[in-house]
Design a protein. Structure first.
Lengths: 111, 112
């Protein structure tokens, strides 16, 4: 059964810093992996989707990488801003049948 | 232009009641999902429908019954509500099975 973990559980950084969020999964036979952000009391916003055949995806200041063999993905945020403060979730898709979510990393970017 | 919408946003009800949550997507997607986010913020899939057909039913009590009248709608009916059903319920959709998901704003259900 696929299990997804995220480290750290919470992170606080000063504005302007580059940072990395980690996502680990136990079964490397995945179809794709998706990163989301969730603002308090709100729904999830899709950030990036990486297919199993891809190594990375970029959108603006965000870069997500995928290493299937080691069961890891990272989300790199460049030049962080207070508006980046949110909970970041990764979700692993087991060949189109099921999305398994990690517990999330709560990010605070201090002005 | 709301992509995935849910009603109601908040729902407070007593134990034993029956309630429904509605979800609609205007993205033309084939696949829709229901997720439950508990008090510890863990998101867990409950159901998945593709072209109105149930494809995932994750060990959810049979008090929960999804209904998909058409591809754009997936409703969730809950019978005999229990305290443990209190959570935020999210609807999501994707163009096809396993592709990028788009989430609704959530329905906060409180059972007293």
């Amino acid at each position: 059964k696929q299990e997804v973990t995220q480290i750290p559980a919470a992170l606080s950084v000063p504005e302007g810093e580059n940072l990395v969020l980690n996502c680990s999964f136990t079964d490397s036979a995945i179809y794709n992996l998706q990163w989301f952000r969730q603002d308090p009391g709100k729904g999830l916003t899709s950030l990036l989707l990486i297919q199993s055949s891809q190594r990375e995806q970029t959108s603006g200041r965000l870069n997500a990488s995928l290493d299937k063999s080691s069961g890891r993905s990272t989300l790199y945020i460049a030049a962080s801003q207070p508006g980046d403060s949110a909970t970041y979730l990764c979700a692993v898709n087991d060949y189109g049948q099921n999305f398994v979510f990690g517990p999330g990393t709560r990010l605070s970017v201090l002005p | 232009d709301t992509a995935v919408s849910q009603t109601p946003k908040y729902l407070v009800t007593q134990m034993g009641n029956d309630k429904s949550i509605k979800c609609e997507q205007n993205l033309g997607h084939d696949t829709m999902y229901w997720y439950k986010q508990d008090s510890k913020k863990f998101l867990k899939i409950m159901f998945s429908y593709n072209n109105k057909e149930l494809i995932i039913n994750e060990t959810v009590p049979n008090r929960f019954s999804p209904k998909s009248p058409d591809k754009a709608h997936l409703n969730l009916h809950i019978n005999s509500l229990e305290l443990g059903d209190s959570a935020v319920y999210f609807c999501a959709s994707s163009p096809r099975i396993g592709s990028e998901q788009y989430f609704g704003p959530g329905t906060r259900l409180t059972v007293t």
